[in-house]
Design a protein around this ligand. Structure first.
Ligand SMILES: [Zn+2]
Length: 205
């Protein structure tokens, strides 16, 4: 089952993927996370946290997961520690976790991580950030700020590149068929087929 929780001031999506053993994987715990943390842990035992990228609005809640492995793309690892690259300073938010208290693990393209009965496939998708990752879990894609319903991620932040972003989206389009469900980092879920047809930013792909 996939549940979506809205986080913080820029309405980032946190996703909770659970199995019938009441275990879950958490994707992108964002800002103002206490209430969401209570909701998640009242229902599930959290097995791991996966971050699609290192921007503040997708990572700020990681401090609640002190004894749990937190995975991020290798090239975004520095953002866990750096207040500029993670955009805390750019947007003027205070970091709410202590980086020395968490357990960070890195992932690379094509890594497959198996935790309990969850199988997480890591797909490197640079463009919004250098180390951006899309995770395929139980057949669905959790795509962070790479592609949105009718939009694409910003590429003007540190480490961003519009050319890379479009290449990454093309890679997803080539890897998966039109029925593949996309759970983006902001706004509503969508599918690859819908975005191929309607996304106004991808007419040149
Ligand atoms: Zn972002």
């Amino acid at each position: 089952m996939v549940e979506s929780l809205c986080c913080g001031f820029v309405f980032s999506n946190c996703y909770v993927i659970s199995n019938d053993k009441k275990e879950c994987i958490v994707i992108d715990p964002g800002q103002n996370f206490l209430n969401n943390y209570k909701i998640i842990t009242s229902k599930y035992s959290v097995k791991a946290v996966f971050l699609t990228h290192g921007h503040f609005d997708h990572i700020d809640g990681i401090g609640y997961f002190k004894n749990i492995d937190i995975y991020i793309g290798l090239n975004d690892k520095n953002m866990i520690y750096d207040l500029n690259d993670s955009l805390y300073n750019v947007f003027g938010y205070k970091r709410s976790y202590n980086p020395t208290e968490i357990s960070i693990k890195t992932v690379n393209d094509n890594d497959i991580i198996e935790i309990s009965d969850f199988k997480i496939k890591c797909i490197s998708t640079p463009g919004h950030s250098k180390g951006g990752m899309v995770y395929e879990i139980n057949g669905d894609l959790f795509c962070g700020d790479t592609i949105f319903n009718m939009s694409i991620g910003r590429s003007d932040f540190i480490g961003g590149s519009l050319t890379d972003l479009k290449k990454s989206i093309k890679k997803l389009f080539n890897l998966y068929d039109d029925s593949k469900v996309l759970y983006p980092g902001h706004n509503d879920m969508t599918t690859i087929g819908y975005e191929k047809k309607h996304n106004p930013f991808l007419t040149d792909l």
